[in-house]
Design a protein around this ligand. Structure first.
Ligand code: UD1
Length: 484
């Protein structure tokens, strides 16, 4: 399937739904020849999924095996990296999640050709940016996914200019991108901010010395991409060391970039004139793997995760072992068994290789089932405890004090109607519902669809009782018939 930019009069085939216009549902198989036209004025959501809910009946242990998808947070910068070359970049193990759809739409809106694999190659995407016309990331797309700002560095480096909407705040905190902008200025770009947009330009970027005030994952990635085409050497200090940064450096190196030190806090990049196409397989999603590990532990299951990389989960595995969990790790799989009482263990989120903030919410659900009091400290984002209130509604004993949450276990969780507030908070509620008594209804699951591939199918395959509802609702409300 090939996605092409929209022609002025085109209409999506799904326009008769609740929202004014729609984007294609990439989950549905389509024939090879079919091309899909996209309305870029639309919100990047399958409209009916805005109403989707999960109904989960708790109490079933997760058993068997679950295949872990490619890492969303590695796939997003990899797709942005395709902007750096006029040759095709082929990416494999791309997860089928909403954020990836949003990024595809963003690239297409700039004139890129994005081809989707189908059937057995359904997780492959080929991106060709030979004819980029419009180096702009519009508000409609950026507001649905902050990582859209990852196109900023590559666009300035390749096209000499970029216009990217300011992302604004989000559910988990202010999340500014000032460090991306300061870094680009250090590489010689001039930056203007007006009407809610950032405009960056440079005839050609020059290598420079960047010391990040604070460790930023996408900031490191954005500037690493920009520096690959700058004139001369760039040295970046206090860089993020996440596996996703390393994965991006591996892809860029395959494209002809000269990068040393990715995965350490100092990265050196020798700028080159041009990058070329490459083929790359995205690393497994460590956060998805960690989420299934906790779900298996709490349901007292016996679950094997395949296609994962346990070396990326060091801090989580260590903490879970401290809490009494048994994990057997092999090269690309992990087996979790649990029949023991969990013991409370404190966590404090840190940059990699510390405990990931993206696992904090799921760990909080685990803490509600551990014997004793767990102290959870969130150091990365200032407002990342929204799930705590929903867990309390399910019977948990949690007190939030600023950046700390005190969780007293063990409490019986009971089913309730709850609401997702962000991606990882949603995961914590799904896990809670799997251990709660009765039937929990989780609303706003579009948050979870942003980053978990078919989570309900994976959970169902491992024995959970979970159903997505929403699509059974009528697309249009029927007018009540009037009886005279
Ligand atoms: C990435 C991940 C996200 C994860 C987060 C922290 C992707 C697509 N997303 O987000 O899942 O939760 O890392 O591991 O990879 N900051 C600034 N100024 C900046 C940039 C960041 O002050 O210019 C602050 C942020 O507000 C935050 C901290 O730095 O407090 C870390 O944020 P950052 O690492 O940039 O997160 P993201 O890259 O957005």
């Amino acid at each position: 399937m090939k996605i092409v930019p929209k022609s002025p009069n085109s209409r999506s085939s799904k326009t008769e739904s609740l929202l004014p216009s729609t984007l294609p549902d990439f989950r549905k198989p389509v024939s090879r020849s079919r091309s899909i036209r996209i309305d870029f004025g639309a919100v990047a959501l399958r409209p009916e999924s805005l109403m989707d809910k999960f109904v989960i009946r708790g109490g079933n242990p997760l058993v068997g095996s679950v295949r872990i998808s490619g890492a969303k947070n590695a796939a997003l910068p990899a797709m942005a990296a395709a902007l750096l070359t006029d040759e095709p970049v082929i990416l494999e193990n791309i997860p089928d999640v909403r954020d990836i759809q949003t990024e595809r739409n963003l690239l297409v809106s700039m004139g890129a050709e994005v081809e989707l694999g189908y059937g057995r190659a359904s997780h492959r995407t080929t991106i060709s940016c030979s004819n980029l016309g419009n180096p702009e990331a519009a508000y409609e797309l950026v507001k649905t996914m902050r990582a859209s700002t990852l196109v900023l560095g590559p666009l300035v480096a390749r096209m000499g200019r970029a216009r990217v909407s300011q992302p604004g705040g989000c559910a988990i905190g202010a999340r500014p991108i000032d460090l991306h902008l300061k870094g680009l200025e250090r590489l010689g770009a001039s930056i203007k901010q007006e009407h809610g947009y950032i405009e960056a330009s440079a005839r050609r970027l020059n290598g420079g010395h960047i010391i990040f005030d604070k460790i930023t994952v996408t900031g490191t990635e954005d500037l690493m991409m920009a520096a690959t085409l700058a004139q001369g050497e760039t040295v970046m200090e206090n860089c993020a060391r996440e596996p996703e940064v390393i994965d991006l450096a591996v892809l860029l190196t395959k494209m002809g970039a000269k990068i040393e030190g990715a995965g350490t806090s100092t990265i050196r990049i020798q700028g080159v004139e041009k990058l070329h196409g490459a083929r790359h397989r995205i690393i497994p999603d460590r956060i998805e793997a960690g989420t299934f590990v906790i779900a298996a532990v709490l349901t007292g299951g016996d679950l094997t995760l395949t296609n994962c990389d346990p070396t990326h989960l060091g801090s989580l595995i260590q903490k879970l072992e401290e809490a009494g969990v048994r994990i057997t790790a092999a090269n690309d799989s992990m087996r979790v068994t649990n029949g023991h009482q969990l013991i409370a263990a404190d966590i404090s989120t840190e940059e990699y290789p510390g405990f990931p903030t993206d696992m904090q919410a799921q760990y909080m659900t685990l803490a509600t089932q551990a014997q004793g009091t767990s102290l959870i400290t969130e150091n990365i984002f200032e407002n990342r405890f929204m799930h705590a209130h929903e867990l309390v509604r399910m019977g948990a004993n949690i007190k939030v004090e600023g950046r700390r949450a005190i969780v007293r276990g063990k409490t019986q969780l009971s089913s309730a109607a709850v609401q997702c507030s962000d991606l990882r908070a949603s995961a914590s509620l799904v896990i809670a519902a799997l251990v709660a008594d009765g039937e929990t209804i989780i609303d706003r699951v579009y948050h979870i669809d942003r980053g978990y591939e078919r989570i309900e199918e994976k959970l169902k395959g491992a024995g959970a009782q979970i159903r997505r509802i929403g699509e059974i609702l009528p697309k249009r409300a029927q007018a009540p018939s009037v009886v005279a």
